[in-house]
Design a protein around this ligand. Structure first.
Ligand code: PEP
Length: 250
């Protein structure tokens, strides 16, 4: 039985003060959520303050990106050990906005996720096709490329520490959610790629989250799919009421 994960990606929203206030409000609303892991991903500036505000609660903290280097002359980058020191347990890697605006390639995703693993962070690796790719019937091929190149040269043991987020780009921030059946079909495709590369046992335990316009009113339908092991939530994670309603989907 896979333990679900509900993760909120705050993108470039919330000052430190807003982020801490949010955690104070969220904490009691999700305190009895033992059925899933709860993760929030604030901007870099608020990570430490959020980790401190969330201490002794069931809320874990993720960064939204990580450098593949340990340290050095890489202006603007932040290393895995710095994130760990700030209180992060997880890091989102390869989000479509980073692929689109920051030239994040599968090869870079691969290097970043290895750095995250080496730095004792749990990578939440995003994959997913654009609308154009879906309409051209290339969804499966795109997922296969992202998987093969993004997860290249990993041992099964390394891979077992990774969470995948299937996020069809056409569903992110558009209000257009993939139907639970469409999402489950891609999750199944991803799981068979895991079977091929890392074996059935690892595939069976890998959490694959769905992301793309997840809201309180569609989370139950998504979570009813056996293949869907949680959600990566953008817009609806910015308000404590909607995020806690998603966390408490049962
Ligand atoms: C995301 O940013 O990962 C996301 C899924 O956003 P939204 O929920 O707003 O579509």
């Amino acid at each position: 039985m896979r333990h679900p994960v509900i993760a909120g990606n705050w993108k470039m929203y919330k000052t430190i003060a807003e982020a801490v206030r949010f955690i104070d409000v969220l904490k009691p609303k999700v305190a009895s959520a033992n059925h899933c892991e709860v993760v929030v991903a604030p901007p870099f500036t608020a990570l430490k303050a959020v980790a401190e505000a969330a201490r002794s609660s069931n809320i874990q903290v993720a960064a939204q990106d990580v450098s593949w280097e340990k340290e050095g002359a890489f202006t603007g980058d932040v290393s895995a050990s710095m994130l760990r020191e700030a209180g992060c347990t997880h890091v989102i890697i390869g989000h479509s906005e980073r692929r689109q605006y920051h030239h994040e390639t599968d090869e870079r995703v691969n290097r970043k996720l290895k750095a995250a693993l080496a730095g004792d962070l749990t990578p939440i690796v995003c994959v997913g096709e654009t609308l154009e790719e879906r309409e051209a019937g290339r969804t499966q091929a795109v997922l296969e490329r992202q998987f093969t190149e993004g997860f290249a040269a990993l041992t099964a043991q390394d891979f077992s520490r990774i969470i995948i987020a299937y996020e069809p780009v056409w569903a992110i921030g558009t209000g257009r959610t993939a139907t639970p059946e469409i999402a489950a079909e891609s999750h199944r495709a991803l799981r068979s790629l895991i079977v091929k590369q890392f074996g059935g046992e690892v595939a069976e335990q890998t959490r694959i989250l769905y992301g793309g316009s997840v809201k309180p009113d569609n989370i139950q339908g998504l979570m009813a799919q056996e293949e869907i092991d949680g959600a990566l939530v953008g817009g609806a994670s910015l308000k404590a009421d909607s995020f806690s309603a998603i966390v408490n989907y049962l």
